[in-house]
Ligand binder design. Structure first.
Ligand code: RIB
Length: 300
């Protein structure tokens, strides 16, 4: 039985490095095209598996060549794919430009991810994970249903509200941990997040809306953990940023696996911070996700 069930997206990432992001109407030349396994759901599944967790993925791919490509990547990290189904849509795709500073710009085509349904969640009732990981690249209705089912079964839920979207309070109050970045937190709360102090204020808005624990990933400013008992800022690691794609996913997978190993929340956030930092030092989504050994070596 898996400890972690990830209910979410699988994308083929079509990635080009370019000196800068094109302006509207501008055509620029980039590097070679790379086709890399990605998708926030699948990335988080691989991130947790590389940290030693036993992980299952629930989602959908299309009947095209990207489907088996993404499933093979999950299998090679021992992620259980019994509940990833193929349908007649296109597999989810992400068109990604990475600039000279390692920042990215992403356009998604949801494809099969857009069809992941509440019924798909109900069909996975044979699994009884300790923890469920959710993101927002599948329909919000399905995410809400998954959180409701998890709650009924006393399963802890981590929600990564990415890509940024407004959400019903009902969902925010159902999850145990909500982990947005600055952009997502701004959109969720309507409060501009530009530094640690504004992140704390916005996180407290989420607490007022029913959130139990808010963890804000702040990129080069580290991370902030806010609950009704505690506000703790964790410094970023000084790193040479190559590509930030999937750094947030590495953080979530690292955090989930650290919680399951019994770490206290603050210690798990520190561990996750190292996982995210390491991922930003490598190019690509799933290829950049660190193992437990790599993370422990980095921390020490
Ligand atoms: O979080 C990174 C991921 O976002 C990429 O792998 C891409 O697929 C998009 O979903």
């Amino acid at each position: 039985m898996p400890n972690i069930l990830v209910i979410g997206s699988l994308n083929a990432d079509l990635v080009v490095r370019a000196p800068h992001f094109p302006q509207p109407g501008e055509t620029i030349s980039g590097d070679d095209l790379h086709i890399i396994p990605g998708g926030k759901g699948a990335n988080q599944a691989v991130a947790a598996a590389r940290q030693g967790a036993s992980v299952a993925m629930l989602g959908r791919v299309g009947n095209d060549s990207f489907g088996p490509f993404l499933l093979d990547s999950l299998k090679s990290d021992s992620v259980d794919i019994t509940h990833v189904h193929s349908d007649d849509s296109a597999t989810g795709t992400a068109i990604i430009v990475v600039d000279a500073n390692g920042q990215n710009s992403i356009v998604l085509s949801a494809g099969a991810n857009g069809k992941v349904s509440p019924a798909d969640v109900d069909h996975a009732s044979d699994l009884s994970p300790s923890l469920i990981l959710l993101q927002l690249e599948i329909p919000t209705l399905t995410v809400l249903h998954a959180a409701q089912v998890a709650k009924q079964n006393n399963i802890r839920v981590i929600l990564n509200p990415a890509p940024a979207k407004s959400l019903p309070d009902e969902l925010i109050a159902l999850v145990d941990f909500i982990i947005p970045n600055e952009t997502e937190l701004s959109l969720l709360t309507g409060h501009e997040v530009k530094d640690i102090s504004s992140a704390e204020q916005a996180a407290k808005i989420l607490l007022d809306r029913g959130a139990k624990h808010v963890i804000v990933t702040l990129g080069s400013k580290g991370a902030l953990f806010v609950s009704d008992k505690q506000v703790t800022h964790i410094e970023a690691y000084p790193i040479n940023v190559v590509d930030t794609t999937a750094a947030g996913d590495a953080f979530i997978g690292g955090f989930a696996s650290a919680l399951l190993r019994g770490l206290e929340i603050e210690e798990a956030v520190k561990y996750a911070n190292a996982c995210g930092a390491l991922a930003a030092t490598k190019f690509g989504a799933q290829p950049s996700l660190p193992t437990k050994e790599e993370t422990e070596k980095f921390i020490s």
